[in-house]
Write a protein that binds this ligand. Structure first.
Ligand code: PLP
Length: 379
């Protein structure tokens, strides 16, 4: 018996390489192996590839090339933003860190670590749709705040945050505004922020590459000291091929974005509508808010997400849950809990995230598989 083609609906976790990224990287993995910091011809060729990628990322984000700091990914970019600003600001009498309750752990855990090391942490709550409470943010930010971090769009429920207003509140207090745009970047235009995190593998580049955009005049301490690359902000030999692929992936993403976002949104709406119609007890998380076009996150009554995911995987459907499974026992998602979803319901969360190659047939077959699996689990 032949198995049906697998259906990959976990593009928020990672998404395939753009062919343009692969083509840009190929020569750099073969003959062109120079170190971008070397002065000879091989080094200069490698440096050229890095600088072209820098220009591509800068142009996509509407910043200057010198405002792009390449990192090993979104996690490092987030760490560099928070720790780098916090460390610098302490000498200026600012020790306040403000983050939203629904940030990725690459922000939340850093903020908690800073709090254990002498900084004051305020965590801003969200409403039932997962939108950050701007009044609470305004009340928390003052002249002692070093940095505010509010993600541009959430990785679990896809809810787009009011980052322009959050940035305005932050800047009025003379603090720095950071946004984690890792999930937003593939789908919507990038926000304006003092610092902005990107990850290549979420938009068709390689894993282990990313960038922190640092606007001119924003001073921060490095996390990695060494060879002085990236104007001393991020030492370490350049991942030349990864960075070049990132640049190509960003360019391809920006060219495709308006039409692709529209197409994928229609598919997501079709999928969500079918799930609601065919399965009782389904609630769409963040339904009342503006969301990324590729995200569908639902709670399904009477179903435990991990059992559902296993059944889906057995049928070739790759999806994810909002919960983290550490030490064997599934934990409900901190994002859903912050939105006021009860713990038991949150354990039944299913995240389906579409990508640029997702077809109507994929969506229809996935809904069939989910409906059958839910019926089986409820038996
Ligand atoms: N921030 C968000 C919102 C993410 O979704 C992720 C990845 O899941 C990260 C940061 C971490 O990025 P990376 O995988 O490049 O370390």
């Amino acid at each position: 018996m032949t198995r049906p083609d697998p259906i990959y609906l976990d593009h928020a976790a990672t998404t395939p390489l753009w062919p343009q990224a692969r083509a840009t990287m190929a020569p750099l993995l073969e003959g062109a192996f120079g170190n971008a910091s070397s002065l000879h011809a091989a080094g200069r060729d490698a440096r050229k590839a890095v600088e072209e990628a820098r220009e591509a990322v800068a142009s996509a984000a509407g910043v200057r090339p010198e405002e792009v700091v390449f990192t090993s990914g979104g996690t490092e970019a987030d760490n560099l933003a928070l720790k780098g600003i916090a460390w610098r600001a302490r000498h200026e009498g600012r020790d306040g860190i403000v983050v939203s309750a629904i940030e990725h752990h690459a922000i939340l855990d850093v903020a908690e670590w800073l709090a254990r090391n002498g900084f004051r942490l305020s965590v801003i709550q969200v409403d039932a749709d997962g939108v950050v409470d701007l009044d609470a943010l305004a009340a928390a930010v003052d002249r002692t705040t070093a940095i505010v971090s509010v993600m541009q769009a959430n990785n679990e429920v896809g809810v787009i945050q009011p980052v322009a207003s959050a940035a305005e509140i932050t800047r009025a207090a003379g603090a720095r505004f950071h946004t984690d745009a890792v999930q937003a970047a593939p789908w919507i235009p990038l926000a304006d922020a003092d610092l902005l995190s990107l990850s290549a593998h979420k938009l068709g580049g390689l894993k282990g590459v990313g960038a922190l955009l640092v606007r001119r005049g924003v001073g921060l301490e490095p996390l990695l000291h060494g060879g002085g690359q990236e104007r001393g902000i991020r030492s370490g030999t350049y991942n030349v091929a990864g960075i070049a692929g990132f640049g190509a992936a960003v360019t391809a993403t920006m060219q495709a974005q308006p039409a692709l976002s529209e197409r994928v949104r229609a598919l997501r709406d079709r999928m969500e509508g079918a799930l609601l119609e065919r399965i009782d007890g389904v609630a769409v998380n963040g339904a009342g808010a503006e969301r990324l076009p590729n995200n569908c996150n639902v709670c399904i009554d009477g179903v435990e997400a991990n059992s559902l995911l296993m059944l889906l995987d057995g049928e070739g459907v790759a999806a994810s849950s909002g919960s983290a499974c550490q030490s064997g026992a599934p934990e409900p998602s901190h994002v859903l809990l912050a939105m006021g979803v009860a713990k038991e319901r949150a354990l039944g969360a299913l995240r389906l995230t579409l990508g640029r190659d997702t077809s109507e047939d994929d969506v229809d077959r996935a809904v069939d598989v989910v409906a059958r699996a839910v019926a089986r689990l409820r038996r």
